[in-house]
Design a protein around this ligand. Sequence first.
Ligand code: ZN
Length: 343
Amino acid sequence: MKWSSIPYLWQQAYEVAWESFLEGARPIGALVVNDVGEIVSRGKSSVFKETSDSVVFHNELAHAEVNALLKIDNRVHKYVKGFTLYSTLEPCPLCFSAFYMSGIRNLKYGAKDKYGGSTNLKDTTPYLSLKPITIEGPICHLENLSILLQYYYDYSIQYVKAHSVHDAMAEEYPRAIQLAKQWVEEKKLKDPHHYTIEHVYEMMREDLVQLNRPRACGAIILDDHILMVKIQHGDRIFWTLPGGGLEAGESFEDAVRREMKEEVNLDVRVGEYICTYEYSHGECKIFLADIVGSVVPKLGYDPELPLDKQALQEVKWWPIDEMKDDYEVSMVLKAVDGSISRK
Ligand SMILES: [Zn+2]
């Protein structure tokens, strides 16, 4: 989902989280919204920092939701039952209780917090069962953004205490944590003032797609030779089986056929499934393939890249024995050994 399609109030909640981040505080944002959808107050997490427009800060209790709730003047807002508290992260016990005690009846949160999240306190005591509250969350499309920002923040301030929190988060949101680690390494947000929350969200969306891209490749064995391509990514040069990432809606077998055509200009029939292994962006499945027609490969090229920047460098029939220690080839050999002739 594009940023522009995200409901306005959620955009605003993340805007507050991002402002917190820009001020060096934990990127959690909260809003109190009245029954006609107007924002009544905003709250930033201010445990470690004095943030602008906050009621409490430099205190373990200075959470974003608390800051938003404390700004509600009950002389002005006498009837708050129809109000809604928004938070970019599931409220902790403190914030859930503050919400409950505030008289506001509706709660919405962006991502689940498997570590401190305590919306399951609802109905656990006679008192907590009294008020008919509504809870909505987590919100698909926004969850990863909350988690990514939390992790990035904790690592940038080297907050070691948070490691157990991240372990809990990784169970629920493995891709967000994986991407956050990558961003930390790349120092992606080192100049955060260059970005709006919309930029951050769109960069995340782009990177998440890349992060989870199943691949398929084909092993063609002919006369004790196996067909491989030489790839160059930056300084890294390696030989691999022809193949690549699946396109939307494409099966692994279709991807093998398409990649064979694109990379080495061969028509193939996809045969036996060999194995699956994990690569950096997901799973890769290897299939045996037979050539239909000409067995002379011709190196393809990526029309989106300039000629001197092509990843594909060479195609070659390698004697299998010379490549038997290659990771992919070794798996193919293990699978076909004895069961299929290499000819
Ligand atoms: Zn809290």
